[in-house]
Write a new protein. Structure first.
Lengths: 361, 130
C-alpha cells in the first residue's frame, strides 16, 4: 500500500482506477482518460493534487534565503498573494525541482514543489536554509485540489458564500489568497483557467461533494498528463532533471540574472553555459501523419544532428501525436522521429499546443 | 469483470478469433485487453494481401497510455482490414468483439486452430494475471 491523500476514499467512491505515483496511491482515471481530458477543455474538472509538497518558509531572512535558493527572483513579488514559477537549481545549474512560490506577507512565503521529489527537496531546502534565520514547515496538515476548465471559476464560486465568491473572482492570474477556510490561487497545470485550492482536512469531503454537485468531474493523473503536455508545460523527471540546465528545458525565462549581485545557487554554472553557448533547446513536435509520439524516441534533424523526445502523447484536442523534445539549438521547423523503426516527419513548434481549449499551432 | 464470449477462440496475447461460415478467420483484441490498454487512439493494421505467420507482430494498438503490439494467432493471407478504425479507434473500446474487429485472414493451415485457447482457458489465464 502506498501513501494516500485525504481524498482517497472519495476516489474509490468515484470508481477511480488507482495507480502508484511516486509512492502515492493516486487516481489514474475514473473510467475514461479521454473524456476527463475533454471535460477540462470544455467545462470543468477537478484533480486531487494533495500529494504535492507544500512548504511554508518563514522568518526575518525568508526573502534573502529564497533569493539564494531559487533561480527566479522573489523580489519581483511585491503584493501579498502574488506567485512566481521558478527552478531550484544545484551548483551545476541542473534543475533540482520546479515550483511555485507565493509571497504571503513580509517574512512569509509558501512553496509548492513536486510530489515525486518530496524527500530530496525537503533535504535540499533544509540544508540550504541552515545559515539563515528561517524556519521551514512541511504542510502535511492540508489537502490540495485543482479545479480547471473554462467553467471552473463559476462552478467553484457557486459553492462559496457571496463575499468569498467575489474575492475569488477578483484573483489575478498567479495570485493566491486566504478566502474563508481556503487558500485559493489562480494557477494550474492544464492551459485552462481555474483555481488550485489548498484546504484544511476537515473541508475535504464537503468541497469534493459540493463540486461534484456543481457539475465538476473528477479527473485523474492520465488526463493531467495529456492536458499539461498540450499546454507545453514541463513534467519534472521527464522533461528536465538535475542534469539539465533550465536553458535547455524552456525555463530560461525563470532565470533572473539581474541584479548581478544576487548570487543564487547555480548562477555561476549558468553564466558559464551562456558564455559557451547553449547547445540544445526544448521544443514541441507535431506528428504530420497518424500515430502517437512517446517519450525517449530518437529525433533526427537532417544536416543538424539528433535529439530525443522527453514526453509524448496523442493530443486528444488536436487528434495528433505531439511531444516535447530536446534537440540541437540549430534545429529548424521540421524533423523526423523514429517510431518503431520508421522515420516519421514532424513539425517543430514552440512547446505549447493548446491554450484555453484551442489549438495554438 | 471483462466479457469473454463463449463462441470465440482466444490467444495468450489477448486476441480473439472467430471462424466465419466461409472458413475465414476474423481477429480482434479481447475486452480484457482493451480494458488494460484504456482509451484507444490509434490502430495500425497489416495491409490487405499480406501473408502473415502465426505469432508474427502485424500491427499496433495504441492507447493514451501505451502502445501494444498486435500479433496474429494464425497464419494466412489478410483479406480485409477494419478501415473504420482509422478515424474511430475508440470502437475497439466500445465494441471489441463486433464493430471493433481488426483484420480477417484466409487460413493457411487449419491445424493451427488446435493451438488456440477455449474461452474457459482464456478466463483462467486472465484470472491468473490479476
Amino acid at each position: 500500500m502506498g501513501l494516500r491523500t485525504p481524498f482517497y476514499s472519495l476516489h474509490k467512491e468515484a470508481n477511480a482506477k488507482i495507480v502508484d505515483f511516486g509512492g502515492w496511491d493516486m487516481p489514474l482515471n475514473y473510467g475514461s482518460q479521454l473524456e476527463e481530458h475533454h471535460v477540462v477543455r470544455k467545462s470543468a474538472g477537478m484533480f486531487d493534487v494533495s500529494h504535492m509538497t507544500i512548504v511554508d518558509v518563514e522568518g526575518s531572512e525568508a526573502k534573502a534565503f529564497l533569493q539564494i535558493l531559487l533561480s527566479n527572483d522573489v523580489d519581483k513579488l511585491k503584493t501579498p498573494g502574488k506567485a512566481l514559477y521558478s527552478g531550484m537549481l544545484n551548483e551545476n545549474g541542473g534543475v533540482v525541482d520546479d515550483l511555485i512560490v507565493y509571497f504571503l506577507t513580509d517574512n512569509k512565503y509558501r512553496m509548492v514543489v513536486n510530489a515525486s521529489t518530496r524527500e530530496k527537496d525537503l533535504n535540499w531546502i533544509n540544508q540550504q536554509a541552515a545559515p539563515y534565520n528561517v524556519t521551514t514547515r512541511l504542510r502535511d496538515d492540508v489537502a490540495m485540489l485543482a479545479v480547471q476548465g473554462p467553467e471552473a471559476i463559476d462552478k467553484v464560486c457557486s459553492i462559496l458564500t457571496e463575499s468569498e465568491a467575489a474575492m475569488a473572482r477578483d484573483l489575478g492570474v498567479f495570485v493566491g489568497q486566504n478566502i474563508g477556510d481556503y487558500f485559493i490561487a489562480r494557477t494550474g497545470y492544464t492551459g485552462e483557467n481555474g483555481f488550485e485550492i489548498i484546504l484544511p482536512l476537515e473541508k475535504v469531503e464537503s468541497l469534493w461533494r459540493g463540486l461534484l454537485t456543481a457539475g465538476v468531474s473528477p479527473c485523474g493523473l492520465g488526463a493531467r498528463d495529456t492536458l499539461r503536455l498540450e499546454a507545453g508545460m514541463n513534467l519534472y523527471g521527464s522533461d528536465m532533471d538535475e542534469t539539465i540546465s533550465p536553458y535547455e528545458a524552456n525555463m530560461g525565462w525563470t532565470v533572473t540574472l539581474e541584479p548581478r549581485e544576487r548570487n543564487f545557487i547555480g548562477r555561476h554554472a549558468l553564466e558559464a553555459q551562456k558564455e559557451e553557448g547553449i547547445a540544445r533547446k526544448l521544443v514541441g513536435l507535431v506528428l504530420e501523419g497518424k500515430g502517437v509520439l512517446r517519450g525517449h524516441m530518437k529525433v533526427i534533424i537532417p544536416d543538424v544532428g539528433e535529439g530525443e523526445t522527453t514526453s509524448g502523447t496523442f493530443s486528444p484536442t488536436l487528434k495528433q501525436g505531439i511531444a516535447l523534445a530536446r534537440v540541437p539549438r540549430k534545429t529548424g521547423d521540421s524533423a523526423l522521429v523514429e517510431v518503431r523503426g520508421k522515420q516519421l516527419p514532424v513539425k517543430v513548434v514552440k512547446a505549447g499546443f493548446v491554450r484555453n481549449g484551442k489549438s495554438v499551432l | 469483470m471483462s466479457n469473454t464470449p463463449s463462441e470465440l477462440k482466444y490467444s495468450k496475447e489477448h486476441e480473439w478469433i472467430r471462424i466465419e461460415a466461409d472458413g475465414t478467420a476474423t481477429i480482434g483484441i479481447t475486452d480484457h485487453a482493451q480494458e488494460l490498454l484504456g482509451d484507444m487512439v490509434y490502430v495500425e493494421l497489416p495491409d490487405v494481401g499480406d501473408q502473415i505467420e502465426a505469432g508474427e507482430e502485424v500491427g499496433v494498438a495504441e492507447s493514451v497510455k501505451a502502445a501494444s503490439d498486435v500479433y496474429t494467432p494464425l497464419s494466412g493471407k489478410v483479406i480485409e482490414i477494419n478501415e473504420s478504425l482509422e478515424d474511430a479507434p475508440d470502437v475497439v473500446n466500445r465494441d471489441p468483439y463486433h464493430d471493433g474487429w481488426l483484420f480477417r485472414i484466409e487460413l493457411a493451415d487449419e491445424e493451427e486452430m488446435a493451438e488456440l485457447m477455449s474461452p474457459e482457458d482464456y478466463i483462467e489465464l486472465i484470472a491468473n494475471e490479476e
